[in-house]
Write a protein of this length. Structure first.
Lengths: 133, 133, 133, 133
DNA sequence: GTGGTCTAGACCACG
DNA sequence: GTGGTCTAGACCACC
């Protein structure tokens, strides 16, 4: 697949969000990898380029890439661009603690949704929509 | 409904979690309120009591209660126990931005699950389980 | 003028208010005195009666009366009811620091009103309404 | 507009006041925002700087900023200075309960003024002065 | 550099 | 008894 920076600004920051910027960046890369938009070996935007595109400090982008590296999702190489880890592969089956973590995230979603006035039915519908395809 | 401190230790801290303690406390109270385990007017544990139960500083519990107060979920009054806000009511229908936020949370769940090796089918099953009843 | 407890519940508490209960009580008595509804020598409701009417602790009412006593507005006598201080009289002219305090209160009103979307014109109109008669 | 810390000590504490320090700080920021001295996006003094200027603990300033954040007046983000909320805008028209609250504040002013010997005329003059321009 | 979390502990204010 | 304010200081996280 094409490198991510052919179409710049695929990564965007939400200034209002409470999430730290480096996390927002990392999360979006994770999503690209999870959905296959980025595949093993694909190059990530250069640190400098992305930092300037987003108007953030270089260290912020670096922090995002390092976080992804510690998850073995990307490979940061000195002198050349970071790439999606060539041997990245989704585990055949999830570790039990990962299932537990996803379950707990779903509980957070449930709590959020109920408190904000959604019905369980509406939430289930939204889940079917987002979690399908 | 019975007050929350009839059965102590309903609130627990997960030392492993990256989430700050005061947030963990607040999140659990939110969940109790969302599920109806705690209802408007119900008393929360006193800050001192809960702090000693959890082995944390009083100020940590206070921070949790204040966060909840700023969300209009609990009412903290000088001299008497914090209670679930007497006029707390789930909105009849969610605000559009709240739906958007829940959707984005679901996306995070999806990304997490896929990266960790869950199939969409497994995730849908988990979602049906957690988001039902 | 008639004693205040001829018509019970002239004093009311706003449970939602951030102001402490004893202050709410004191403030309402001050208003009765300021407007002449209560005059020097008039009896205040008995501590027990008012406490039971309002559903608060006796000490709360006592705190209110003591606050008023320290302002020389009421006289609390052992064994008999509190009364509006028989020699209470509004000063002929305000002390300079009192004017300063009123001015600072007006600034607070101004800030509140502007932040909440009132125009200065609307605020002036409201002020003319409340501060007249 | 210039950031608030160009001219230090624009915020001052009144040791005499019964109001807690963090509230005094918050109130002054509110006033700057209400009058336009601080505008959306403007930086607030750093918590450390302001704490040292005022001779108070860092946590005291933090408490003030957090109070303002919960009112959506400022935006505090980890790692960068607190700023006036970029989307802060006075509501086009005040909510009815806000008008009610302002009215009740005006009643407090009225009571205070009368008890301390001001005439209604004097008070009206003071109000015209403070609430104009 | 910035703010965030947490602690221990003092002392105050409200009911 | 309850919560509120404030301190000093440690250590962490973000930019």
């Amino acid at each position: 697949m094409a490198d991510l920076d052919r179409e710049p600004a695929l990564i965007r920051l939400n200034e209002e969000s409470a999430a730290p910027k480096y996390m927002q960046i990392a999360e979006q890369v994770r999503e690209f990898v999870a959905t296959g938009k980025l595949r093993p070996g694909d190059q990530l935007p250069s640190v400098r380029q992305l930092a300037s595109d987003l108007g953030v400090n270089v260290n912020t982008v670096l922090a995002a890439y390092r976080a992804l590296e510690s998850e073995a999702i990307v490979l940061v190489r000195h002198g050349s661009r970071a790439i999606v880890h060539p041997r990245f592969k989704r585990p055949a089956r999830p570790a039990p603690e990962d299932v537990a973590q996803v379950r707990s995230l779903l509980w957070r979603v449930r709590t959020e949704a109920l408190l904000r006035g959604m019905t369980l039915e509406a939430l289930q519908g939204l889940a079917r929509e987002v979690l399908s395809e």
